[in-house]
Write a protein that binds this ligand. Structure first.
Ligand code: MLC
Ligand code: AMP
Length: 503
């Protein structure tokens, strides 16, 4: 019985001794060894009573074992739910509760906090540490290295990825097997990946970019990954000469350009550098070409849709654009007020349709209906235009969103916490230019009459509730927030006022 995602990405390699992961310290893992481990994990999870469709919440370090949990979930028909390792227990509690996860996998160092959450949500808890040890692998070791793959179809859920919302409440984007598979197939073809490729993988694996784009393509073509725990400039520079391709957020490329060791010679043998998840400045694109002779290939995607557009592999990779709609994917630019398609060259909201578009938000039919039209077009919330040659350019966002180093941060989530702090009347959180992260978080606070909020205490309180990357880098007190005649806060004016803060 078929399981399209498992069969195509993983199953085809089940007896292959070819190398899959190159790991720090000269270690490596073959496809077969990886899949044997995944089979043991699948056996262990089903023995715990998990059944098809159950969610598995995973907040563990980037490791071959975490990747094997992903493979095991696909093989056993479970829904993989990866979580940013920077999330605080307060944040994790929401995801576990909202998703109804049956199993939580976390690092031993967080066991107590996670146990409280798991108990409350009636989920099981097992540990999996960065070094591959933990209660879960200890349990799994006694299971056979083969597992009868659970039949699934392309419409069945494979993963639930949470993405923040403008209301401050995260939404679980339901991704089907078909969503993931179709995108991997299109990208492999478009970017010419083969079994000869060695991808330098320095992205986290709890987001679309590192998990689906980078990993699924490699699995599909039977290539290898140099699997680094995170982006470390020294390690990337050391490993680059062994790779053929790299995928990164713009911060990767600006950091590389900031280092003199990153030369034309160092990247001479590379065939492809891909950038996405945040805008790549045209200037970075140009500098990169001047330094290396390579034109970065920029593409555009989202958690809800995987990849939508890409600059061409052959043909002009145009700086400042995100290229053309991928084969089988339709992009239209519409008037945000009427939803009508507008002419090429005009700026409007970007809508996307295709086999890549997700199945809706987990148990949020109203939110789904707001963003996913009945004709299948998804309203991305990005603003853009298509030029006369068909290149798509993203010019802004129709959603209040900050992207810092490739991580999405929704101001509302932070404002809700700030507004509860002692002495705070109201707040406005904005993204301002940052040389390393592209954008960074700045919070403007207005005090209640005759009160003086303690900014240090507020900053400390944020630490308990919010992942570090979401915490404002600067808190500023203003007598009032700029508003228009309708009373709406003018964030644009604030962004202009504070534009130079991190310059
Ligand atoms: C880390 N920090 C950040 C941050 N990352 N702050 C703001 N924004 C970020 N992105 C903070 C840490 O909390 C810490 O704070 C300090 O910076 C240094 O931590 P670090 O761990 O050493 O940071 P570093 O490893 O340098 O991480 C930066 C980074 C990383 C850019 C390499 O954030 C990263 O890998 N980003 C990629 C995100 C990604 O994969 N996005 C894809 C989303 S999918 P302190 O104060 O404690 O020192 C998607 C769809 C699509 O968008 O199209 O792809
Ligand atoms: P996420 O919700 O984390 O998947 O982030 C998706 C958002 O990232 C998109 O809606 C865009 O706003 C942004 N994004 C992704 N790729 C690009 C890109 N190449 N240029 C500009 N923005 C991008």
């Amino acid at each position: 019985m078929p399981n399209p995602l498992f069969d195509t990405l993983f199953g085809q390699h089940s007896t292959s001794d070819a190398e899959f992961l190159q790991l720090p310290g000269g270690r490596s893992l073959s496809y077969k060894a990886f899949l044997d481990r995944a089979a043991q994990y699948a056996g262990a999870m089903t023995s715990m009573g998990l059944v098809v469709g159950d969610r598995v919440a995973v907040q563990t370090a980037k490791s071959p074992e975490t990747l094997a949990v992903y493979a095991a979930c696909v093989q056993a028909g479970l829904v993989f739910l990866p979580l940013n390792t920077a999330y605080t227990p307060a944040e994790v509690a929401y995801f576990v509760e909202n998703s109804g996860a049956r199993l939580v996998l976390g690092d031993e160092s967080r066991r107590d906090a996670l146990a409280t959450i798991a108990d409350r949500c009636n989920a099981k808890l097992e540990t999996l540490n960065a070094d591959g040890a933990g209660s879960f692998p200890s349990l799994a070791v006694s299971f056979p290295a083969s597992f009868e793959t659970v039949p699934r179809s392309e419409g069945d859920l494979a993963a639930l990825l949470y993405t923040s919302g403008t209301t401050g409440r995260s939404k679980g984007a339901m991704l089907s097997q078909g969503n993931l598979l179709s995108n991997a197939q299109v990208l492999r073809q478009e970017w010419r990946f083969t079994s000869q490729d060695i991808l330098l993988h320095a992205l986290p694996i709890f987001h679309t970019h590192g998990l689906f784009v980078a990993t699924n393509i490699t699995l599909l073509c039977g290539g290898q990954m140099i699997f680094l725990p995170k982006f470390d400039l020294d390690e990337v520079i050391t490993e680059l000469p062994r790779a053929t391709a790299m995928m990164g957020v713009p911060t990767f490329y600006t950091r590389l350009l900031g280092d003199k060791r990153f030369t034309k010679e160092l990247s001479a043998h590379m065939r492809l550098f891909v950038s996405g998840s945040a805008p790549l400045l045209a200037d970075t694109h140009i500098q990169f070409e001047e330094r290396t002779g390579h034109r970065i290939l920029e593409r555009y995607g989202m958690t809800e849709t995987n990849m939508n557009t890409s600059n061409p592999y052959e043909g002009e990779r145009r700086a400042g654009t995100v290229g053309f709609p991928l084969p089988g994917i339709e992009v239209k630019i519409t008037d945000p007020k009427t939803g009508q398609t507008i002419p090429n060259g005009d700026i409007g909201q970007i809508e996307v349709h295709g086999p890549n578009v997700f199945q809706g938000y987990w148990q949020m039919p109203d939110k789904t209906a707001e963003e996913l039209r009945t004709d299948g077009f998804f309203i991305t919330g990005d603003l853009g235009m298509v030029d006369e040659d068909g290149y798509v350019t993203i010019v802004g966002r129709n959603k209040d969103l900050i992207i810092s180093g490739g991580y999405n941060i929704y101001p509302k989530e932070i404002e809700l916490i700030l507004d509860e702090q002692d002495g705070v009347l109201e707040s406005a959180v904005i993204g301002v230019p940052h040389p390393d992260f592209g954008e960074s978080v700045l919070a403007v606070i207005v005090a209640k009459p005759d009160q003086e909020p303690d900014l240090d205490a507020i900053a400390a309180n944020m630490t308990a509730s919010l992942a570090r990357f979401k915490q404002p880098q600067q808190l500023v007190l203003l007598p009032e927030l700029p508003r228009n005649t309708m009373g709406k806060v003018q964030k644009k004016a604030l962004r202009e006022q504070f534009a130079g803060t991190f310059a």
